[in-house]
Write a protein that binds this ligand. Sequence first.
Ligand SMILES: NC(=O)c1ccc[n+]([C@@H]2O[C@H](COP(=O)([O-])OP(=O)(O)OC[C@H]3O[C@@H](n4cnc5c(N)ncnc54)[C@H](OP(=O)(O)O)[C@@H]3O)[C@@H](O)[C@H]2O)c1
Length: 262
Amino acid sequence: MASHTRPLAIVTGASSGIGYELAKCCADYGFDVLIAADEPAITEAAQDFRTRGAAVETVEADLATLDGVDQLYATAKGRPVEALLANAGHGLGHGFLDQDFHDVRHVIDTNITGTLYLIQQVGRDMRTHGQGRILITGSVAGFMPGTFQAVYNGTKAFLNSFSWALRNELQDTGVTVTCLMPGATETAFFARADMLDTKVGQAEKDDPAEVAKTGFEAMMEGEGDVVYGWKNKLQTAMANVTPASMLAEQHRTKAEPGSGEQ
Ligand SMILES: NC(=O)c1ccc[n+]([C@@H]2O[C@H](COP(=O)([O-])OP(=O)(O)OC[C@H]3O[C@@H](n4cnc5c(N)ncnc54)[C@H](OP(=O)(O)O)[C@@H]3O)[C@@H](O)[C@H]2O)c1
């Protein structure tokens, strides 16, 4: 990295969507950024962050694999990481029995296994240094059984829960853990999950820049979690008092293949 006068942030999934906007927030705030994604688009994103004054390093790796995470961690070369924004993730539409198990596993390995492995590596260093901020991108999806997106919602329920537990374990260490829980957001997410023919895939969605700003600010404030937007806040409050069977049925109406307008 060219400059070491700025603190370092690692942002995963920074090539597009919410992660791209999170990395922008980091650069504008004064962080250098180490960014990772799975495709060459990450190098184009890096140019944008450089124009904002950040020294940027990129890693193109599949963060569903431990090797990919090792590659990312090694690129920091022992430089203290002040902020880890563990955001990379993806969904998978259609009925569970109709999904390819390879794809199922990739969702779990990206959203859970790779995310946790990275948080453990970086989190240990943060604890040793007595400071650090961790932002995990969970989801309001973690509040409801995800009919026709069942595995994804399960991974986000895991992350929402894990985030609070880790936060509590790290109290008094100087390391904070924050969970950003977006609702449906206008990114490549629904195309990648093959859900463009669904009601939720076609609905109007939140602005990823606004979602990211909310998450970044919550992380900097050291808050436990943040749900973006009043509609999503209402949805999560209702989910807490609604039977799971009803939530699963509601999710079907939004995520069933063909539920959108053709
Ligand atoms: N959009 C929504 O409605 C919504 C709502 C709640 C939560 N979220 C969460 O927000 C996060 C960001 O998603 P997004 O909506 O911004 O979608 P997105 O535009 O598709 O961005 C996903 C990012 O994650 C990266 N990524 C995915 N799998 C990866 C892997 N195995 N290895 C490395 N990088 C990987 C992608 O890079 P490549 O393209 O290079 O693979 C991309 O940079 C995800 O965790 C998602 O679950 C999204």
